[in-house]
Design a protein around this ligand. Structure first.
Ligand code: DER
Length: 225
């Protein structure tokens, strides 16, 4: 299977978990793109549920598929959130944020009874950190955060750019991509990073995922708990 076919494979399986009257968090990225397409088909056949998007891009795609959208502030809880990941370790700890939506993704995930992650096998790692860790920061004084990361971790944080301008997240923040290489204790690092003045959140999703559905080139899928 091509990588896209693998993404479609896990997305189509995940779409079957969405039942009538559910409130479902919809993640961001190219894997969840296929989930939204599949849910759109099921909405056409009468599936009735409401979606909480994790980015403007996801909201637009879902709206195109006539998936009813709701605001996080208007619901008490989310039954299930389905999202992607950039890295997943054997304990289901993750790095997310490759698409720049980590803040809203983490808030929606935190409000969900269940978090299901969809990924192709290339996202599986023994240790987190090869993928540069995205850090969402307030633009004012972002260089102080960069300096703190350099001095505390000897890591050179890179301001994420888009078309020669700094990337701006849905919530008006910058993203610093931090090449930690090897993150031994994600549970500790996430708290240290979020304690730096000016850091809004980081792409470490620690003890959040309940399940991961992994697709392989031979068409096999595996579930990680
Ligand atoms: O940015 C994100 O957190 C996305 O969910 C990302 O981690 C997965 O994107 P992909 O499905 O396009 O690889």
């Amino acid at each position: 299977l091509t990588q896209d076919e693998i993404k479609q494979l896990v997305a189509n399986q995940a779409a079957q978990l969405v039942q009538n009257n559910m409130t479902v968090g919809i993640g961001s990225g190219s894997t969840v793109y296929w989930l939204i397409m599949e849910l759109g088909k099921r909405v056409k056949k009468g599936l009735l549920f409401q979606a909480i998007p994790t980015s403007k891009k996801t909201a637009a795609l879902a709206a195109q598929q006539n998936i009813p959208l709701a605001e996080l502030n208007d619901v008490n809880a989310i039954d299930l959130t389905i999202d992607g990941a950039d890295e997943i370790d054997p304990n289901l700890q993750m790095i997310k944020g490759g698409g720049g939506a980590l803040l809203q993704e983490k808030m929606v995930a935190a409000a969900s009874r269940e978090l299901l992650i969809l990924a192709d096998h290339s996202k599986l790692v023994q240790h987190l950190g090869n993928f540069p860790l995205p850090l969402e920061v307030i633009p004012f004084g972002w260089k102080q955060v960069q300096r703190e990361i350099r001095e505390s971790y000897q890591v050179e944080a890179v301001l994420r750019m888009q078309d020669d301008q700094p990337f701006i997240s849905d919530h008006g923040h910058y993203i610093l991509d931090c090449p930690f290489q090897q993150i031994e204790h994600p549970d500790i690092l996430t708290y240290e990073l979020n304690g730096i003045p000016g850091v809004v959140d980081n792409g470490l999703f620690v003890n959040m995922a309940d399940l991961a559905l992994i697709g392989f080139p031979d068409g096999r899928t595996e579930t990680m708990h």
